[in-house]
Design a protein around this ligand. Structure first.
Ligand SMILES: Cc1cc2nc3c(=O)[nH]c(=O)nc-3n(C[C@H](O)[C@H](O)[C@H](O)COP(=O)(O)O)c2cc1C
Length: 207
């Protein structure tokens, strides 16, 4: 496959309009689109080809409610690290779309997979979790290409999430993803827009 300028432009558009989504419409996501998201993960690179990501699609209202409560608990703890002024700003942020997102995925990393036979991770075991992050990003871009939004939620205690989902001993919680149709589109990160954290340039130095 030889790519042309139009492909680069499309990729740039996807990257520009990707954004972390926290505001969703409740409309369902088609099974075909979900299948595409799964296949995007399957195309991701991974250390030793270990493909250590493990995905649970969370449909149970009870489990969703447990995750929401855990988010609220962690978010309340998180705000205590700020002084009064910053705390007031923090409280105004919307940091998850757990209330509405029609699709929710709990993503874990198997820290001891047989697959890959240890290749590439002996001196850097964290490459397994890096591999999961790459699979998540592949899903994220594919979602955008289907006009869906993805919101990543990390304001959670990994141990609590592992317990909620009764995860096997070798699984480590990586991220909780909210997925659905965004209620608005933007090409600018929300945290940049609301002045919490402006975009900074990538450090890219010649040595
Ligand atoms: C590893 C990771 C964890 C994140 N956790 C959260 C989160 O818990 N809540 C949230 O609102 N956004 C979360 N985000 C989204 C970031 O805030 C967002 O990517 C960043 O502000 C830049 O915005 P953009 O993704 O729209 O470019 C997370 C993103 C990453 C990559």
């Amino acid at each position: 496959m030889k790519f042309e300028t139009a492909h680069s432009q499309t990729l740039r558009d996807l990257l520009t309009w990707r954004r972390d989504t926290r505001h969703f419409r409740p409309d369902a996501v088609s099974q075909d689109a979900l299948q595409e998201l799964q296949s995007a993960m399957e195309l991701a690179p991974s250390v030793g080809n270990a493909r250590p990501w493990r995905v649970l699609s969370v449909t149970s209202p009870e489990k969703r409610s447990q995750v929401r409560s855990e988010f609220q608990r962690c978010n309340a703890v998180a705000e205590t690290q700020y002084d009064d002024k910053a705390k007031a700003e923090y409280r105004k942020l919307k940091l998850a779309g757990l209330d509405i997102a029609p699709v929710q995925l709990a993503v874990f990393t198997d820290t001891a997979p047989n697959e890959g036979r240890g290749l590439g991770r002996h001196s850097m075991p964290e490459t397994l979790e890096q591999s999961t992050a790459m699979a998540i990003f592949s899903l994220w871009l594919m979602a955008r290409s289907h006009n869906l939004g993805v919101g990543m939620v990390s304001i959670l205690d990994p141990k609590k999430i592992e317990a909620i989902f009764d995860a096997p001993d070798t699984w480590r919680f990586s991220a909780y993803l909210c997925i659905g149709h965004p209620s608005f589109l933007d090409d600018t990160p929300l945290l940049h827009k609301v002045d919490w954290q402006k975009n900074t340039d990538t450090v890219w130095a010649e040595v």
